[in-house]
Design a protein around this ligand. Structure first.
Ligand code: PLP
Ligand code: COI
Length: 362
């Protein structure tokens, strides 16, 4: 599939772009272009374009606006010391989008086409990739149902795939500091047989009330517990959770297993591969809130952190629930959390070797 290239006739002036890149914030500014590719059941993927970033025209009866057939992905492009630009594990995002697509009865997109779309956008808007350490260009591929129909008996026959890009600074404006998390026993993110392992907008729409409940209790993020017993730990906010048990040469990493109700994070998967290389054994298992509290109080659990593309790692410093509250560590990010973060950031920014071939040059 060839891309029809339609350059933006009025790109952001360089001085304005430089001003944005100095302090990009998170998810507020967008580059000069976007990629769009159409799908229809009879033609397959067609009409691939690079075009100026701007509003999309949608029929008000487009299925996505009523029944939320939508998927998205998130990954980053990083500037290397020599000025070149790379992305991190883009084929893993493509594969995950296709797994999400199967759950949402949406079409597969060939992995090569998904990655080509990222390459076309990032190479065109290359000047938007920040060069400050820790900053990057966040890439947001997404896909949704455009068929004009209010019937709910079958999935849409037409879809639009879009990629937009947003320069990003640090996800947490106040820098890396441990967050306080709220154990929600009111709201559930995902139930067995539901859509929890798909990266679909509805999961996030359903999460705002839980996040608001966390904030109302003075917490930063919500911890999602299982839908059946409301005590098995699944995720935190929009991140996977990692527990460090023990310390020093005896430390090991535990993360909730992918039971179908968790989003299979690419950062999570990367940590599970990198930690053993640093001599830290890893385990995918189960942990409930009583074990979490007891482990922290006995000192067996030494660090806890959330991990995801946007924040890389976000240390958890305190946990609060309706009838309990405890702390983890001493208010500073844990040593192993920061070591894993450095390791991953080092691979992404090209200052460390890339033993697994995760880096994809643009
Ligand atoms: N869990 C949820 C619910 C998410 O939305 C995300 C982020 O996209 C993650 C975990 C982390 O996934 P990744 O490491 O691929 O960014
Ligand atoms: C992540 O990248 O870790 C995310 O959770 C993305 C989020 C903004 C949906």
């Amino acid at each position: 599939l060839d891309f029809d290239i339609r350059p933006n006739p009025r790109p952001t002036p360089a001085a304005e772009r430089e001003r944005i890149l100095e302090n990009p914030g998170w998810g507020q500014h967008f580059t000069d272009h976007m990629v769009t590719i159409r799908y229809s059941a009879d033609k397959g993927w067609h009409d691939a374009r690079l075009e100026p970033y701007g509003p999309l025209a949608l029929d008000p009866a487009s299925q996505v606006l009523h029944y939320s057939q939508e998927l998205f992905e998130g990954l980053k492009a990083y500037r290397q010391a020599d000025g070149s630009v790379v992305t991190f594990r883009p084929f893993s995002n493509a594969a995950r989008m296709n797994r999400s697509a199967r759950r949402m009865a949406m079409p597969d997109i060939p992995e090569e086409l998904f990655v080509r779309a990222l390459e076309v956008l990032v190479s065109t808007d290359r000047d938007w990739v920040p060069d400050q350490p820790g900053h990057s260009l966040y890439l947001r591929p997404f896909m949704f149902a455009t068929t004009r129909a209010l019937g709910v008996n079958q999935p849409a026959q037409e879809y639009l795939f879009v990629v937009i890009a947003s320069p990003s600074g640090n996800y947490y404006a106040r820098g890396i500091r441990p967050v306080t998390v709220w154990l929600s026993q009111t709201y559930t993110r995902a139930a067995p047989g539901g859509t929890g392992e798909a990266k679909t907008g509805g999961n996030y729409a359903a999460s705002f009330a839980g996040q608001a409940e966390a904030v109302a209790h003075g917490c930063d993020q919500v911890v999602w517990l299982d839908a059946v017993e409301h005590r098995w730990v699944e995720e935190v906010g929009s991140m996977n959770l990692m527990f460090v048990l023990g310390s020093g040469s005896g430390a090991r990493l535990l993360t909730p297993a992918l039971t179908g109700t968790l989003l299979p994070g690419i950062t999570r998967d990367s940590m599970l591969k990198l930690a053993p290389d640093l001599g830290i054994p890893v385990e995918e298992g189960k942990i409930n809130i009583d074990e979490w509290q007891a482990g922290c109080e006995s000192g067996e659990i030494t660090e806890v952190f959330g991990c995801g593309t946007a924040a890389i790692i976000s240390p958890v410093g305190a946990v609060r629930g309706a009838d309990r509250e405890w702390t983890i560590g001493n208010g500073e990010p844990g040593e192993l959390s920061m070591r894993l973060r450095e390791e991953l950031l080092g691979i992404q920014s090209g200052t460390r070797p890339d033993p697994y071939g995760w880096i994809h040059r643009i």
